[in-house]
Design a protein around this ligand. Structure first.
Ligand SMILES: Nc1nc2c(c(=O)[nH]1)N[C@H]1C(S)=C(S)[C@@H](COP(=O)(O)O)O[C@H]1N2
Ligand SMILES: [Mo]
Length: 333
Protein backbone atom coordinates (compact mmCIF):
# COMPACT_ATOMS: atom_id res chain seq x y z
CA UNK A 1 0.00 0.00 0.00
CA UNK A 2 2.93 2.34 0.51
CA UNK A 3 3.79 1.72 -3.13
CA UNK A 4 0.43 3.18 -4.12
CA UNK A 5 1.18 6.22 -2.05
CA UNK A 6 2.68 8.49 -4.69
CA UNK A 7 -0.69 10.15 -5.33
CA UNK A 8 -2.51 9.31 -2.10
CA UNK A 9 -1.73 6.64 0.47
CA UNK A 10 -5.30 5.99 1.61
CA UNK A 11 -6.15 2.58 0.16
CA UNK A 12 -9.48 0.87 0.26
CA UNK A 13 -9.37 -2.36 2.22
CA UNK A 14 -9.98 -4.18 -1.06
CA UNK A 15 -6.62 -2.90 -2.33
CA UNK A 16 -4.75 -4.54 0.48
CA UNK A 17 -4.17 -8.23 0.93
CA UNK A 18 -1.90 -9.52 3.70
CA UNK A 19 0.58 -10.71 1.07
CA UNK A 20 0.64 -7.29 -0.53
CA UNK A 21 1.27 -5.59 2.78
CA UNK A 22 4.19 -7.93 3.37
CA UNK A 23 5.64 -7.41 -0.10
CA UNK A 24 5.20 -3.65 0.04
CA UNK A 25 7.08 -3.47 3.32
CA UNK A 26 9.99 -5.39 1.87
CA UNK A 27 10.07 -2.99 -1.06
CA UNK A 28 9.97 -0.01 1.28
CA UNK A 29 12.84 -1.45 3.29
CA UNK A 30 14.82 -1.81 0.09
CA UNK A 31 13.91 1.70 -0.96
CA UNK A 32 15.22 3.04 2.32
CA UNK A 33 18.44 1.16 1.76
CA UNK A 34 17.85 -0.90 4.86
CA UNK A 35 19.00 -4.46 4.68
CA UNK A 36 18.86 -6.93 7.54
CA UNK A 37 22.25 -5.70 8.77
CA UNK A 38 21.27 -2.08 9.26
CA UNK A 39 18.00 -3.11 10.87
CA UNK A 40 19.96 -4.99 13.51
CA UNK A 41 21.57 -1.75 14.73
CA UNK A 42 20.09 -0.40 17.98
CA UNK A 43 19.80 3.05 16.40
CA UNK A 44 17.25 1.56 14.04
CA UNK A 45 15.09 0.20 16.83
CA UNK A 46 12.08 2.31 15.95
CA UNK A 47 12.35 1.44 12.27
CA UNK A 48 12.60 -2.19 13.22
CA UNK A 49 9.44 -1.95 15.27
CA UNK A 50 7.63 -0.29 12.43
CA UNK A 51 8.25 -3.25 10.19
CA UNK A 52 7.65 -6.15 12.52
CA UNK A 53 4.73 -8.19 11.35
CA UNK A 54 3.12 -9.49 14.56
CA UNK A 55 1.05 -6.89 16.41
CA UNK A 56 1.65 -6.72 20.16
CA UNK A 57 -1.50 -6.84 22.29
CA UNK A 58 -2.75 -3.46 23.47
CA UNK A 59 -1.78 -2.62 27.05
CA UNK A 60 -4.77 -2.78 29.39
CA UNK A 61 -6.25 0.66 30.07
CA UNK A 62 -7.17 2.05 33.47
CA UNK A 63 -10.87 1.64 34.37
CA UNK A 64 -12.88 4.87 34.09
CA UNK A 65 -15.86 6.24 35.96
CA UNK A 66 -18.44 6.03 33.20
CA UNK A 67 -22.20 6.18 33.09
CA UNK A 68 -22.76 3.21 30.79
CA UNK A 69 -24.90 3.67 27.70
CA UNK A 70 -27.58 1.07 27.00
CA UNK A 71 -26.39 -1.50 24.45
CA UNK A 72 -28.27 -0.50 21.31
CA UNK A 73 -30.50 -3.12 19.76
CA UNK A 74 -29.41 -4.37 16.37
CA UNK A 75 -25.85 -3.06 16.69
CA UNK A 76 -23.04 -5.52 17.23
CA UNK A 77 -19.97 -4.09 18.96
CA UNK A 78 -16.55 -4.59 17.44
CA UNK A 79 -14.53 -6.61 19.98
CA UNK A 80 -11.88 -4.76 21.98
CA UNK A 81 -9.02 -6.75 20.51
CA UNK A 82 -10.08 -5.84 16.95
CA UNK A 83 -10.65 -2.19 17.85
CA UNK A 84 -7.13 -1.96 19.28
CA UNK A 85 -5.19 -3.95 16.69
CA UNK A 86 -6.67 -2.70 13.40
CA UNK A 87 -5.98 1.03 13.43
CA UNK A 88 -5.17 4.03 11.35
CA UNK A 89 -2.68 6.29 13.12
CA UNK A 90 -0.04 7.10 10.53
CA UNK A 91 2.23 8.79 13.07
CA UNK A 92 2.74 5.27 14.45
CA UNK A 93 3.14 3.62 11.04
CA UNK A 94 0.91 3.10 8.02
CA UNK A 95 0.17 -0.64 8.44
CA UNK A 96 -3.00 -1.55 10.32
CA UNK A 97 -1.01 -3.37 13.03
CA UNK A 98 1.72 -0.72 13.34
CA UNK A 99 -0.09 1.65 15.74
CA UNK A 100 -0.59 -1.11 18.35
CA UNK A 101 3.05 -2.16 17.98
CA UNK A 102 4.42 1.35 18.29
CA UNK A 103 2.01 2.85 20.82
CA UNK A 104 4.60 2.38 23.58
CA UNK A 105 6.52 5.36 22.18
CA UNK A 106 3.63 7.65 23.03
CA UNK A 107 3.74 9.03 26.60
CA UNK A 108 0.32 10.28 27.57
CA UNK A 109 0.86 11.53 31.14
CA UNK A 110 1.09 14.42 31.71
CA UNK A 111 -0.93 15.74 28.77
CA UNK A 112 -2.35 19.19 28.30
CA UNK A 113 -4.88 20.30 25.76
CA UNK A 114 -4.99 24.01 24.89
CA UNK A 115 -8.30 25.61 23.97
CA UNK A 116 -7.91 29.05 22.45
CA UNK A 117 -8.19 31.30 19.41
CA UNK A 118 -11.37 33.33 18.98
CA UNK A 119 -12.56 32.85 22.57
CA UNK A 120 -13.05 35.05 25.61
CA UNK A 121 -11.67 32.50 28.08
CA UNK A 122 -8.79 30.47 26.66
CA UNK A 123 -7.77 27.62 28.95
CA UNK A 124 -5.46 24.68 29.28
CA UNK A 125 -6.99 21.39 30.23
CA UNK A 126 -5.04 18.78 32.15
CA UNK A 127 -6.46 15.61 30.63
CA UNK A 128 -5.80 13.66 33.84
CA UNK A 129 -8.19 16.01 35.70
CA UNK A 130 -10.89 15.36 33.16
CA UNK A 131 -10.39 11.61 33.39
CA UNK A 132 -10.22 11.50 37.21
CA UNK A 133 -13.13 13.85 37.80
CA UNK A 134 -15.73 11.73 35.99
CA UNK A 135 -18.31 10.48 35.63
CA UNK A 136 -17.84 10.38 31.92
CA UNK A 137 -20.50 9.70 29.34
CA UNK A 138 -20.51 6.60 27.20
CA UNK A 139 -21.44 6.79 23.52
CA UNK A 140 -21.79 3.77 21.28
CA UNK A 141 -21.04 4.98 17.77
CA UNK A 142 -20.53 3.55 14.34
CA UNK A 143 -17.13 4.37 12.88
CA UNK A 144 -16.88 4.38 9.09
CA UNK A 145 -13.39 4.65 7.63
CA UNK A 146 -13.13 6.22 4.18
CA UNK A 147 -11.35 2.96 3.18
CA UNK A 148 -14.76 1.20 3.37
CA UNK A 149 -14.41 -0.74 6.62
CA UNK A 150 -16.44 -0.01 9.74
CA UNK A 151 -16.70 -0.73 13.45
CA UNK A 152 -19.12 -0.06 16.31
CA UNK A 153 -17.30 1.23 19.39
CA UNK A 154 -18.22 2.28 22.95
CA UNK A 155 -16.35 5.54 23.67
CA UNK A 156 -16.08 7.27 27.05
CA UNK A 157 -15.68 11.03 27.25
CA UNK A 158 -17.49 14.34 27.10
CA UNK A 159 -19.29 16.24 24.40
CA UNK A 160 -17.08 18.59 22.42
CA UNK A 161 -19.67 21.36 22.89
CA UNK A 162 -19.02 21.33 26.67
CA UNK A 163 -15.34 22.13 26.15
CA UNK A 164 -16.02 24.78 23.52
CA UNK A 165 -18.68 26.52 25.62
CA UNK A 166 -16.27 26.71 28.56
CA UNK A 167 -13.97 28.86 26.40
CA UNK A 168 -16.78 31.25 25.38
CA UNK A 169 -16.28 31.62 21.62
CA UNK A 170 -16.46 35.16 20.20
CA UNK A 171 -18.74 36.07 17.29
CA UNK A 172 -15.75 35.67 14.95
CA UNK A 173 -15.46 31.94 15.73
CA UNK A 174 -16.76 30.19 12.59
CA UNK A 175 -14.66 27.00 12.54
CA UNK A 176 -12.77 24.80 15.00
CA UNK A 177 -9.21 23.65 14.24
CA UNK A 178 -7.69 20.57 15.92
CA UNK A 179 -4.06 19.51 16.11
CA UNK A 180 -2.34 16.24 17.06
CA UNK A 181 0.83 16.24 19.17
CA UNK A 182 3.97 16.92 17.15
CA UNK A 183 6.88 14.99 18.63
CA UNK A 184 8.81 12.59 16.38
CA UNK A 185 10.29 10.86 19.44
CA UNK A 186 6.83 9.79 20.54
CA UNK A 187 5.26 9.52 17.11
CA UNK A 188 8.07 8.05 15.00
CA UNK A 189 6.09 8.26 11.74
CA UNK A 190 6.56 12.03 11.98
CA UNK A 191 10.31 11.61 11.60
CA UNK A 192 10.18 10.27 8.07
CA UNK A 193 8.01 10.97 5.06
CA UNK A 194 8.05 7.34 3.99
CA UNK A 195 7.28 5.85 7.41
CA UNK A 196 4.55 8.39 8.10
CA UNK A 197 2.82 7.99 4.74
CA UNK A 198 4.02 11.24 3.19
CA UNK A 199 1.89 13.42 5.45
CA UNK A 200 3.08 16.84 6.57
CA UNK A 201 2.78 16.65 10.36
CA UNK A 202 1.25 17.58 12.73
CA UNK A 203 -2.01 15.98 11.64
CA UNK A 204 -4.68 18.69 11.58
CA UNK A 205 -8.46 18.57 11.29
CA UNK A 206 -11.38 20.95 11.42
CA UNK A 207 -15.11 21.32 11.80
CA UNK A 208 -17.57 24.11 11.14
CA UNK A 209 -18.64 25.61 14.47
CA UNK A 210 -22.20 24.29 14.23
CA UNK A 211 -20.85 20.78 13.53
CA UNK A 212 -18.52 21.05 16.51
CA UNK A 213 -21.38 22.20 18.76
CA UNK A 214 -23.62 19.34 17.64
CA UNK A 215 -24.44 17.07 20.59
CA UNK A 216 -23.09 13.99 18.75
CA UNK A 217 -19.57 15.46 18.39
CA UNK A 218 -17.54 13.87 21.16
CA UNK A 219 -14.14 14.00 22.82
CA UNK A 220 -13.17 10.49 23.88
CA UNK A 221 -10.70 9.62 26.63
CA UNK A 222 -11.75 5.99 26.85
CA UNK A 223 -12.80 2.90 24.94
CA UNK A 224 -14.75 0.01 26.46
CA UNK A 225 -14.79 1.82 29.82
CA UNK A 226 -10.99 2.04 30.08
CA UNK A 227 -8.47 4.76 29.18
CA UNK A 228 -7.69 4.87 25.46
CA UNK A 229 -4.80 2.77 24.22
CA UNK A 230 -2.17 4.83 22.40
CA UNK A 231 -3.12 3.33 19.05
CA UNK A 232 -6.67 4.67 19.44
CA UNK A 233 -5.49 8.23 20.06
CA UNK A 234 -4.68 8.42 23.78
CA UNK A 235 -5.19 10.31 25.90
CA UNK A 236 -7.88 12.35 24.12
CA UNK A 237 -9.28 12.22 20.60
CA UNK A 238 -12.18 13.52 18.60
CA UNK A 239 -15.08 11.27 17.52
CA UNK A 240 -17.44 12.61 14.84
CA UNK A 241 -19.60 9.59 14.01
CA UNK A 242 -21.37 10.92 10.89
CA UNK A 243 -18.10 11.68 9.09
CA UNK A 244 -15.38 9.47 7.65
CA UNK A 245 -12.93 8.29 10.31
CA UNK A 246 -10.09 10.58 9.25
CA UNK A 247 -11.98 13.56 10.71
CA UNK A 248 -11.75 11.91 14.16
CA UNK A 249 -8.27 13.22 14.95
CA UNK A 250 -6.23 11.44 17.61
CA UNK A 251 -3.98 12.51 20.50
CA UNK A 252 -5.07 16.15 20.39
CA UNK A 253 -3.01 18.95 21.98
CA UNK A 254 -4.83 21.97 20.58
CA UNK A 255 -8.37 23.10 19.84
CA UNK A 256 -8.61 26.59 18.31
CA UNK A 257 -11.68 28.55 17.39
CA UNK A 258 -10.94 30.33 14.11
CA UNK A 259 -12.58 32.62 11.58
CA UNK A 260 -11.60 30.84 8.35
CA UNK A 261 -11.99 27.21 7.28
CA UNK A 262 -8.80 25.57 8.61
CA UNK A 263 -6.53 23.29 6.54
CA UNK A 264 -7.09 19.55 7.10
CA UNK A 265 -4.50 16.82 6.61
CA UNK A 266 -6.13 14.52 4.05
CA UNK A 267 -7.53 17.42 2.07
CA UNK A 268 -4.03 18.93 1.81
CA UNK A 269 -2.68 15.58 0.64
CA UNK A 270 -5.31 14.78 -2.00
CA UNK A 271 -7.98 17.50 -2.32
CA UNK A 272 -9.80 15.71 -5.15
CA UNK A 273 -10.28 12.63 -2.94
CA UNK A 274 -10.86 14.05 0.55
CA UNK A 275 -12.95 17.14 1.22
CA UNK A 276 -13.26 19.29 4.31
CA UNK A 277 -16.72 17.95 5.15
CA UNK A 278 -16.13 14.23 4.60
CA UNK A 279 -19.68 13.29 5.59
CA UNK A 280 -20.34 9.58 5.13
CA UNK A 281 -22.36 9.37 1.93
CA UNK A 282 -23.06 6.09 0.09
CA UNK A 283 -24.09 8.04 -3.02
CA UNK A 284 -20.83 9.90 -3.49
CA UNK A 285 -18.06 7.49 -4.39
CA UNK A 286 -14.40 7.99 -3.70
CA UNK A 287 -12.68 8.57 -7.08
CA UNK A 288 -10.98 5.16 -6.70
CA UNK A 289 -13.70 3.03 -5.05
CA UNK A 290 -17.39 2.81 -4.21
CA UNK A 291 -18.66 4.09 -0.87
CA UNK A 292 -22.01 2.27 -1.23
CA UNK A 293 -21.04 -0.53 1.14
CA UNK A 294 -18.52 -1.36 3.82
CA UNK A 295 -16.94 -4.31 5.61
CA UNK A 296 -18.01 -4.45 9.22
CA UNK A 297 -15.23 -5.59 11.51
CA UNK A 298 -16.74 -7.88 14.13
CA UNK A 299 -15.57 -11.16 15.62
CA UNK A 300 -14.14 -12.38 12.34
CA UNK A 301 -11.77 -9.48 11.63
CA UNK A 302 -11.26 -7.69 8.34
CA UNK A 303 -10.73 -10.47 5.84
CA UNK A 304 -13.73 -12.49 6.93
CA UNK A 305 -15.70 -9.30 7.51
CA UNK A 306 -19.24 -9.07 6.34
CA UNK A 307 -20.20 -6.50 3.73
CA UNK A 308 -23.15 -4.26 4.60
CA UNK A 309 -24.70 -1.20 3.01
CA UNK A 310 -23.30 2.17 4.08
CA UNK A 311 -25.88 4.53 5.55
CA UNK A 312 -26.27 8.21 4.75
CA UNK A 313 -24.40 10.24 7.39
CA UNK A 314 -23.38 6.82 8.74
CA UNK A 315 -26.89 6.34 10.12
CA UNK A 316 -27.04 9.70 11.94
CA UNK A 317 -29.04 11.55 9.27
CA UNK A 318 -32.00 12.23 11.50
CA UNK A 319 -29.74 14.12 13.89
CA UNK A 320 -27.35 15.90 11.51
CA UNK A 321 -28.91 16.30 8.04
CA UNK A 322 -30.21 19.76 8.92
CA UNK A 323 -26.62 21.01 9.28
CA UNK A 324 -26.23 20.58 5.52
CA UNK A 325 -29.59 21.79 4.25
CA UNK A 326 -29.26 23.43 0.85
CA UNK A 327 -25.68 22.23 0.34
CA UNK A 328 -24.74 20.19 -2.72
CA UNK A 329 -23.10 17.18 -1.06
CA UNK A 330 -21.38 16.17 -4.30
CA UNK A 331 -19.59 19.49 -4.35
CA UNK A 332 -18.99 19.63 -0.60
CA UNK A 333 -17.73 16.05 -0.21
N1 LIG B 1 -3.53 11.99 14.28
C1 LIG B 1 -4.18 11.09 13.55
N2 LIG B 1 -5.51 10.93 13.75
C2 LIG B 1 -6.20 10.00 13.01
C3 LIG B 1 -5.55 9.23 12.01
C4 LIG B 1 -4.15 9.42 11.85
O1 LIG B 1 -3.49 8.79 10.99
N3 LIG B 1 -3.51 10.35 12.63
N4 LIG B 1 -6.28 8.32 11.25
C5 LIG B 1 -7.72 8.59 11.14
C6 LIG B 1 -8.46 7.52 10.46
S1 LIG B 1 -8.22 7.39 8.78
C7 LIG B 1 -9.37 6.72 11.12
S2 LIG B 1 -10.33 5.61 10.28
C8 LIG B 1 -9.50 6.79 12.59
C9 LIG B 1 -9.30 5.38 13.16
O2 LIG B 1 -9.52 5.36 14.54
P1 LIG B 1 -9.29 3.98 15.35
O3 LIG B 1 -7.93 3.47 14.97
O4 LIG B 1 -9.39 4.35 16.78
O5 LIG B 1 -10.37 3.04 14.92
O6 LIG B 1 -8.57 7.67 13.19
C10 LIG B 1 -8.37 8.89 12.49
N5 LIG B 1 -7.54 9.81 13.26
MO1 LIG C 1 -9.91 6.15 8.00
Amino acid sequence: MLIKSSSSPHPTEADVTPEQVYRDRRLVLKGLGLGAASLALPAQASLLDLFKDDAAPAPAGKPLKVNPAPRPEGLVLTPYDKATSHNNFYELGTGKGDPARNAHYLKTEPWTLKVGGEVERPFTLDVKDLVDKGPLEERIYRLRCVEAWSMVLPWSGISLADIIKRAAPTSRAKFVAFETLYDPEQLPGQASRSLGGGIDYPYVEGLRIDEAMHPLAFLAVGLYGKTLPGQNGAPIRLVVPWKYGFKSIKSIVSIRLVEEMPPTTWNLLAPNEYGFYANVNPQVDHPRWSQASERFIGEGGIFGAKRQPTLMFNGYGEEVASLYQGMDLRKWY
